[in-house]
Design a protein around this ligand. Structure first.
Ligand SMILES: *Cc1c(COP(=O)(O)O)cnc(C)c1O
Length: 468
C-alpha cells in the first residue's frame, strides 16, 4: 500500500469506528455463576459498593480513576522525579496544564475535591452564593462546608430526560443575570460552570453559552471558573454539534473554552486519563497565594500537592492524549452505541446520551415498584445478578432522605452505566447489551427493596437492603 492510498484507508472510507489502541498489558476478569452472585449480593446487603472487585466481571460503577493508561504514560511515570521541592515532574506538569489552559498559576492536588476544598474555603464564606449549571455533589458539599450557598441554574431542558437539546448542560443566562443583579456587592465570590455537566447526565455546554456566561460574569465583576473534569469530551461535543466548529481541532476548542474563564478546578481522574490526581488553575495572584498557603497545610508543598512526581508526569501526558480526535470520536461513539442498543431494546434512557455514561430511567421501566422501594436499586441488583455487571444507583438511595423513619424519595430513579476510558472493548459492551436485554424481559418480575440499616449522611455508600 502506498502512503497516499494508506491515508485514504484511515478513517473516512469505512463506517466502523475502532478502539484506537491495541492491548499491551491485560488484567483478567472473572466469570462467576448466577448462584455465586446471588450469595455475593446477599452478603453485600445488595449494596453495589459492598461488592469486591474480584467478584465483578465488568465494572461500570464509575468513569473516575478507572482509565487505562497508555504506554507513553507508563514511560512518563518512569521519568517521574520525586524531589520534594521543584521536581522536574512538576515543571513538565505545569507546562502541560499552562499550555492547555493559559492560566498563570497551576496548583496540583490529589484529586478534584481537594482543589474544590482549597478554592472554596479560601474565597467563600457565610452568606455568599456560588452559581453553577449543576454542582457536582462534592462541589456542593465543599461550598456548603465553607458556609456559602450552592445554586443550580441549568436550562430547563437540562432537567427533562426526553428533551433532545444538543447542549443540555447550558447555563440559564436569564436566571444567572437575575441572581447577579439581586446580589449584594461581593456576595457572589465566583461563578462555576461544569463541563460536561456530570450531575445532569454528562451533558455538554456550548461555546456560545460559555462565551455569554463569561461575558455576564465579567460585566458584574465576578470571576468565572470551570469545573473542567470532562473538558475534552465537552470540546468534542462542540465540534460535532455547534456550527462553526466542525473544522477546528478538539485542542483548539479546549483552548478557547479555558481562555474564556479565569480559573478551574479539575479532577484528572476523568479527562486526565489517570488513576489519581487533580489541579487548581487561576490567573489571580492573590487568590493563588492564599490557596497555596492552605495547600501546604493539608496536601503538600506547591510543587507536588499530595501527588508523587510520577503522577504529575502521567497527568501531563494524559492531558495531551485525551485531545486526540481518534480517541474522542471512539469515546463518544462507544457511549452513544450503548445508548442506541438499550433504546432499541425498549429501555427508557436519558436522551441524548452524555459523554461518559448512559442513564436508565428505572422508575419508568419498573412502574410496579414504588420509589420508596428503590426501583433503580432493583435494576442494579438484577444486572449484577444476571450478568456480573456493576452499575450505579443514582436515585432514592443516593438522593432520597429518611426523616424520622419516613422516606422522602428523590426526583428521579436512574441507573448510571458509566464507561471507564480505554478499558473495555466493543465485545464487552455487546455483552452488557445482551445482559440488559435478558433483564428487560424479566422486568415485571423484579422486586423492590427495603432498608435495614442506613447512615444519616451520604447513605448510599453504606446502606443495607433486603428484598421486599
Ligand atoms: C469527579 C468530579 C469532581 C470531584 O473530583 P474527585 O477527583 O472525585 O475528587 C468534581 N466535579 C465533577 C463534575 C466531577 O465529575
Amino acid at each position: 500500500m502506498t502512503p497516499a492510498s494508506a491515508q485514504r484507508y484511515t478513517s473516512s472510507m469505512f463506517r466502523t469506528i475502532i478502539e484506537p489502541f491495541k492491548i499491551k498489558v491485560v488484567e483478567p476478569i472473572r466469570m462467576t455463576t448466577p448462584e455465586e452472585r446471588q450469595a455475593i449480593l446477599k452478603h453485600a446487603h445488595y449494596n453495589m459498593f459492598n461488592i469486591r472487585a474480584k467478584d465483578i466481571l465488568i465494572d461500570l460503577l464509575t468513569d473516575s480513576g478507572t482509565s487505562a493508561m497508555s504506554s507513553e504514560q507508563w514511560a512518563a511515570m518512569m521519568r517521574g522525579d520525586n524531589a520534594y521541592a521543584g521536581s522536574n515532574s512538576f515543571y513538565r506538569f505545569e507546562a502541560a496544564v499552562k499550555d492547555l489552559t493559559g492560566y498563570v498559576h497551576i496548583i496540583p492536588t490529589h484529586q478534584g475535591r481537594a482543589a474544590e476544598r482549597i478554592l472554596f474555603s479560601t474565597v467563600c464564606g457565610k452568606g455568599q452564593i456560588v452559581p453553577n449549571n449543576t454542582h457536582f455533589d462534592t462541589t456542593r458539599a465543599n461550598i456548603e462546608a465553607a458556609g456559602a450557598e450552592a445554586v443550580d441554574l441549568v436550562i430547563p431542558e437540562g432537567k427533562q430526560p426526553q428533551s433532545r437539546h444538543p447542549f443540555k448542560g447550558n447555563m440559564d443566562l436569564n436566571r444567572l443575570e437575575a441572581l447577579l443583579k439581586d446580589a449584594k456587592p461581593g456576595q457572589v465570590p465566583l461563578c462555576m460552570l461544569t463541563v460536561t455537566n456530570n450531575s445532569g447526565g454528562g451533558q455538554p455546554v456550548s461555546m456560545e453559552n460559555l462565551r455569554q456566561t463569561s461575558a455576564l460574569c465579567r460585566r458584574y465583576g465576578v470571576p468565572f471558573f470551570l469545573d473542567a473534569c470532562r473538558f475534552a469530551e465537552n470540546a468534542y461535543f462542540i465540534k460535532l454539534r455547534e456550527s462553526g466548529y466542525q473544522n477546528k481541532s478538539a485542542a483548539d476548542i479546549a483552548h478557547e473554552m479555558f481562555r474564556l474563564s479565569d480559573g478551574c478546578t479539575m479532577s484528572a481522574k476523568k479527562d486526565g486519563l489517570v488513576n489519581i490526581g487533580g489541579f487548581l488553575g487561576m490567573n489571580d495572584g492573590d487568590w493563588a497565594q492564599r490557596c497555596r498557603n492552605l495547600l501546604v497545610l493539608t496536601e503538600g508543598f506547591p510543587t507536588y500537592g499530595g501527588l508523587a512526581g510520577r503522577d504529575l508526569d502521567a497527568i501531563a501526558q494524559g492531558l495531551k492524549e485525551v485531545l486526540e480526535e481518534d480517541y474522542l470520536k471512539y469515546r463518544l461513539r462507544s457511549v452513544e452505541y450503548l445508548a442506541e442498543r438499550l433504546d432499541k431494546i425498549g429501555y427508557p434512557i436519558v436522551q441524548p446520551p452524555g459523554g461518559h455514561a448512559v442513564y436508565i430511567d428505572a422508575r419508568a421501566l419498573l412502574p410496579h415498584i414504588p420509589p420508596i422501594q428503590f426501583p433503580a436499586q432493583s435494576l442494579c441488583s438484577a444486572i449484577y445478578e444476571h450478568g456480573g455487571i456493576r452499575t450505579g444507583e443514582i436515585g432514592n438511595a443516593m438522593f432520597g432522605r429518611n426523616v424520622k423513619g419516613k422516606e422522602i424519595p428523590s426526583d428521579m430513579d436512574l441507573v448510571r452505566i458509566a464507561i471507564p476510558r480505554r478499558a473495555y472493548t466493543q465485545s464487552h459492551i455487546d455483552y452488557v447489551v445482551e445482559v440488559a436485554e435478558h433483564v428487560h424481559k424479566l422486568r415485571e418480575t423484579l422486586r423492590g427493596f427495603r432498608v435495614i440499616r442506613q447512615a444519616s449522611v451520604l447513605r448510599h455508600f453504606t446502606i443495607e437492603f433486603e428484598p421486599v
